[in-house]
Design a protein around this ligand. Sequence first.
Ligand SMILES: *[C@@H]1O[C@H](CO)[C@@H](O)[C@H](O)[C@H]1NC(C)=O
Ligand SMILES: *[C@@H]1O[C@H](CO)[C@@H](O)[C@H](O)[C@H]1NC(C)=O
Ligand SMILES: *[C@@H]1O[C@H](CO)[C@@H](O)[C@H](O)[C@H]1NC(C)=O
Ligand SMILES: *[C@@H]1O[C@H](CO)[C@@H](O)[C@H](O)[C@H]1NC(C)=O
Ligand SMILES: *[C@@H]1O[C@H](CO)[C@@H](O)[C@H](O)[C@H]1NC(C)=O
Length: 377
Amino acid sequence: MAKENLDTSVALIVGVTGMVGLSLAEALKKPTTPGSPWRIYGMARRQLPAWFPSSLLDDFISADALDRKDTTKKLAPLASQVTHVFWVAIQVGETEEENITSNATMLTNVLQTLKSHPLSPLKHITLQTGTKHYLGPLFDPSLAGQLVHDHEPPFREDLPRLPYPNFYYALEDLVASYAPSVSYSVHRSSLIVGASTRSFYNILLSLSVYATICRYQGLPFRYPGNKFTWENFSDMSDANVLAEQHIWAATTDAAKNQAFNCTNGDVITWKSLWRVLCEIFGVEFVPFDENEKFDWVGFMKEKGKVWSEVVEKYGLVETKLEEVIPSLDSLPIVLSFGFQHVCSMNKSREFGFFGYANTLKSIPMWVQRLRAMKIIP
Ligand SMILES: *[C@@H]1O[C@H](CO)[C@@H](O)[C@H](O)[C@H]1NC(C)=O
Ligand SMILES: *[C@@H]1O[C@H](CO)[C@@H](O)[C@H](O)[C@H]1NC(C)=O
Ligand SMILES: *[C@@H]1O[C@H](CO)[C@@H](O)[C@H](O)[C@H]1NC(C)=O
Ligand SMILES: *[C@@H]1O[C@H](CO)[C@@H](O)[C@H](O)[C@H]1NC(C)=O
Ligand SMILES: *[C@@H]1O[C@H](CO)[C@@H](O)[C@H](O)[C@H]1NC(C)=O
């Protein structure tokens, strides 16, 4: 029994219904993946959505990690098996302080439950974070306009932390506190591109829903950002590349207790991406005009009924507009950055990770997935 545990890779993916969670489950299922064969447990707060292929998981655990009792009850039976935790969960609160408390509580509840078993074989924790590590809590309304971007892109992992509360720092410290008995790795993504209706920040789904509504109502598909991002470089993180990096770090000694950026490895301009989106969704390309103000949040707020009509007409998985775009404000913020959002993949490559994606090809691939999952028409 104990011996079997040593030879087996058992994953617990916390946040399995998000974009990276789905990609992780798919990647771990492949027989060629490092550490295979994996037994795969997926955890999320709510039940599995209709589009999630439950055959990817050996078992699904619906538990609220914020609730210590619920977490203990549901995870304790797995504590003697789980060798790797893939942490791709976030919960968004009203303030960053609240975020720190809730995220740290969730992670603590899960790790303490697993480690409380005397024979816990837990070896490694991967932690998904993002470039907010370098940018500060840019979506916190109470800090609007106050954040100073001291760090010049491309951002390096060894940059000092910023003097703002940031739940990423709290989580990094928390996983590090289990070393050396349990190793960890931190994965800092750019904008994540993947397929899910359960990710709080999901720029591709926001844009897909927006484009679908424009096409449905014959309205112009205007760019809700600024000239800087339209013309300058940005990077993105394909959920499959992120999954590959999590698994690489979980199974590679040299990657232990390290933080890595994780982006596709190329850069795009939003102008070029906009052309790709126009082609995929069959809407006309409207060049960005900085003299024309466009209140995208106001525009989308009115579209709840239209989206429900689209869902009904095309027989899609039942969703409400607030579900597919939980955070209307974040898209215009990201598209109005005044700095080049570009990460360095230097460190990853020097450590031996070579995963990549061609961003302008990855976008149509993920839109296909969203269509196949019947999330968009
Ligand atoms: C957890 O972290 C995410 C990522 O920044 C944040 O948006 C969210 O508010 C945090 N949730 C809690 C409950 O702290
Ligand atoms: C954390 O809190 C802020 C409010 O400051 C919220 O807007 C933000 O989206 C939260 N979550 C993350 C992951 O940043
Ligand atoms: C991530 O990218 C940023 C921007 O290029 C860079 O400053 C930072 O050092 C990188 N971090 C890591 C861990 O590679
Ligand atoms: C693109 O970036 C450069 C360097 O930051 C900046 O000087 C330039 O104004 C930007 N372009 C636009 C259209 O904003
Ligand atoms: C490249 O990676 C090394 C760490 O391996 C780091 O010291 C250097 O600053 C990186 N360069 C950039 C531009 O991120």
